[in-house]
Design a protein around this ligand. Structure first.
Ligand code: URA
Length: 203
């Protein structure tokens, strides 16, 4: 059963001082997500790292610096989109998210996506990509290809942290991001034409 909140504030209140999994005992700050509630684009990372855990904001460390460069390469700033993660609490020592943690936290991400209803979701790295596309395909095969799943248009790409010291992933990240502006426009066009068709059918 999915959650049904009226807005992101209600969802944040419902999550509360979460201890639904053990990460609640080790985190400093729960990182809910930031950005406009009507954003056209939602970026989904993996989980807060050390800096995010201390600041309560996603992508404020080294990976966040590369993310800012990626956004600026397409004429965007981070306050123009919404940024969230698969997990809202930092796994100790930045270990990988575990299956039961993902399962516990996923309803909150799904509800964020339902409420924001963006034109495009960009998944950063294997964890968010595999979760939202319900696939085991590695990101190396999927990155840069637009996929449709769960009623969303999804563009998978690498996690910025994986690209910091890897030139070829870095180049791929920049070319994947270069697709974003056109994808947002074409997704908006699809919505308008679907609405027109519905209007034609019913009116
Ligand atoms: N890595 C992530 O996946 N998310 C963050 O918020 C920071 C680093």
């Amino acid at each position: 059963m999915g959650l049904k909140c009226a807005d992101l504030d209600e969802l944040r209140g419902l999550i509360g001082d979460c201890h639904r999994c053990a990460l609640g005992d080790t985190r400093t700050t729960l990182v809910f997500g930031v950005g406009p509630s009507n954003a056209d684009i939602v970026l989904v990372g993996e989980a807060p790292g050390r800096n995010e855990d201390l600041n309560g904001e996603p992508f404020v460390g080294a990976a966040g610096k590369l993310l800012d460069e990626l956004l600026s390469s397409i004429g965007m700033a981070r306050n123009g989109l919404y940024i969230a993660n698969v997990l809202k609490c930092r796994p100790p020592g930045n270990r990988n998210p575990q299956a039961h943690e993902i399962e516990t936290c996923t309803p909150f991400l799904r509800e964020q996506l339902r409420l924001i209803d963006p034109a495009l979701v960009v998944t950063l790295g294997n964890f968010s990509t595999r979760l939202l596309l319900a696939t085991n395909e590695p990101i190396t095969r999927l990155h840069g290809k637009v996929c449709h799943a769960g009623g969303m248009s999804i563009l998978p790409s690498y996690h910025p942290a994986a690209a910091i010291y890897d030139r070829s992933k870095r180049n791929d990240l920049f070319s994947d991001f270069a697709r974003i502006p056109d994808l947002v426009v074409s997704s908006a066009d699809e919505t308008v034409s679907a609405e027109r068709m519905n209007g034609a059918e019913h009116g």
